[in-house]
Every structure is written in C-alpha cells, then in structure tokens.
Design a protein around this ligand. Structure first.
Ligand SMILES: [Zn+2]
Length: 327
C-alpha cells in the first residue's frame, strides 16, 4: 500500500505523524511564469525547509499540502523541500472555490454544459494523479475541492468534478467548507449522489464548528473530520478559541470518534501576500510547530489517550491517503 508523494511512492508505514492540511507555499497564480525574477526560489525553499525541519524535530513525518493549482501550487518547490528535509510531502490537485478558475474550465462558448464543466475538471485532476503535475511526472496524492458559503448549483459542479476524479483514481477527496453553514452535509449529499464512498472524504475545517451534533452527523456517514485549523486566529475573522477546539476533539474521542478525525493547522509557511511581520504579530501560533509542540499536549491534558492521539495523527491519515481500488 503506497501513497504518492512529491518524491514518488512511499509505503504506508513510513508516513508516520501526518499533518493533513497545510500550505507550504502560497503564490500569486501565474505571476512568476511572466516575471520569474520576482521570486527568489532559493530563499523561499530554504525558509520553508527550515520550518519543515523544525516540525520534523517535533515529530511530524508527512505533510499534506492542500494548495491547489488556483492557489499557486508549485510542485518543483515542494519537491525541493522534500529532498532537503526528508519529509514526505503529498501534493494536491483540485480547485479552491474562492480562487479564480481558468476560463477553460468554465466550459467552451457554444457547448451545452453552460458553466463549470465537471468533466473538464475531472480530466485535469485525473491527469495530475495518474500522469503528473505541472508537466512533470510528480503525481498528486489528494483531491481538494470546496464550497463556501453554501453548496449551490454552480459550485456543486466542482464537487462533481472531484467525485469523478476520485472514482477514476481512488485518490481521496479533502474539502474546504463553511462550517457555520453546515456545508459538509451538503457536500456529502453531492458526493454520495455521485457514487463516492464517504469514507474516502475528509470534510475540512470541521474544527471551525462547535456544533458537536453537526460533527457527529458527518462522521456517522463515514467521513473523516478535518480538525485542521489549530492556531488559526486571522484578525477580523471569527475563530473557535483553541481551548474549545481541544475540548471538542476530546469529547468526540470520548464518544468513540477518534478513528474519524485528522489534525492539522491549515498554516501557510511561505506566502507572497502575507508578510513575515504580519505572521509574527497576528498569527503567532499558525505554523507547523503548533500541532506537535502544543496541541498534542493540550489534547492529552483534556483526557485524550495515547492510542487516540496515534489514531488521529498516524493511523487515520495513512488509511485515508491510500488510494482505494477502482473498478
Ligand atoms: Zn487550507
């Protein structure tokens, strides 16, 4: 059983402690194709490599980078960080609902599709997974999609594209949601309708909800809850306080849901739109270290036992990252 990382297939036992939703680089899409002199790639790689190495010294072995092509994914940068640090890095295909899509994906004028075309999406995602990303043979290991603030007629086509790519490749789906609007349940409806086994789906940003009933409803349908924003405190945006995030995970563990949660921070290690100063001033805990260094201790103090911690950081990530067999 192996998982596609940016340096090739890795056998499951080697994955270890996995941060399931992070962003190592977020770059302005297309900018550096036109003006490559604007990006000091060596500086960016060495900065992120130092951060990844530090997280590894705290126990992390695998990082799932959820940066989609329309968020500025750059597999050459990711693979260089993997080479320098020894971290396993899984890259994503897919599309973020908030970022612009290539016009091509909106369908060709005169075609009957009349908007975002799920098959065109699926075709690109499948190429990333089976052939390689960005003209390389580096294969994507996860499909990211999303809906925010609700699932509607238009953005449900993104979900359908992800579903079709999953059904053809077996690679898992991981979503962006608006947790306050309980969007995860709507996403599950679209995926289930498309024939996806919901056990292959991570409903993301579940840690942004304090509604345990909602979270259990998602998990009861088989999906994995992405408790993936530990340390997220973006000014001006409401965020569930860390103590509450921890107590909700502890409560779900007590109620037997440890096998349906994964942990992460959704942190951004290097961005061309957020300055290092801003990170230091406003987002002191939003980084790769916070989960291994602080959150695991807080969960243990809240009563989560070793076995449940291992389940959420290692066993469930390995299970869901393994592509399922496709017929
Ligand atoms: Zn994210």
């Amino acid at each position: 059983m192996s998982v596609h990382t940016v340096l090739g297939p890795v056998q499951v036992p080697a994955l270890g402690f996995t941060a399931m939703h992070e962003h190592l680089f977020m770059l302005s899409v297309g900018l550096y194709d036109r003006w490559p002199h604007l990006l000091d790639r060596e500086a960016a790689v060495s900065d992120v490599s130092a951060k990844v190495s530090n997280a590894m010294s705290l126990g992390i072995r695998t990082i799932v980078d959820m940066t989609t092509p329309n968020m500025g994914r750059d597999v050459a940068l990711l693979s260089e960080v993997a080479r320098r640090t020894g971290a396993h890095i899984v890259a994503a295909t897919g599309a973020h609902p908030h970022e612009p899509l290539p016009l091509y994906l909106r369908g060709v004028v005169g075609d009957a599709s009349g908007g975002i075309d799920p098959d065109r999406h699926a075709e690109l995602f499948v190429h990333d997974i089976l052939v390689g990303m960005d003209g390389t043979d580096i294969r994507a290991g996860i499909i990211k999609t999303g809906s925010d603030p609700i699932v509607d007629e238009s953005n449900s086509r993104l979900l359908q594209g992800a579903a079709r790519a999953h059904l053809r490749t077996g690679v898992p789906i991981s979503t962006h949601t608006h947790a306050g609007n309980q969007v995860g349940l709507q996403q599950q409806d679209v995926f289930a309708e498309a024939g996806v086994d919901l056990r292959s789906v991570i409903i993301g940003h579940c840690g942004d909800s304090s509604d345990v009933g909602y979270l259990k409803a998602l998990a009861d349908r088989g999906s994995v809850l992405g408790m993936d924003r530990f340390g997220y405190t973006m000014p001006g945006r409401p965020a569930v306080p860390i103590a509450e995030r921890v107590s909700i995970v502890a409560e779900l563990c007590r109620d037997g849901y440890a096998d349906r949660m994964v942990l992460s921070s959704d942190s951004v290690s290097w961005s061309d739109v957020i300055s290092a100063n801003y990170f230091a001033m406003h987002l002191p805990d939003w980084n790769l270290d916070f989960l291994p260094e602080t959150v695991l201790g807080l969960l243990a103090a809240a009563g989560v036992n070793e076995s449940d911690l291992h389940q959420m950081t290692t066993v469930t990530p390995s299970r869901i990252l393994c592509p399922v067999t496709v017929s």
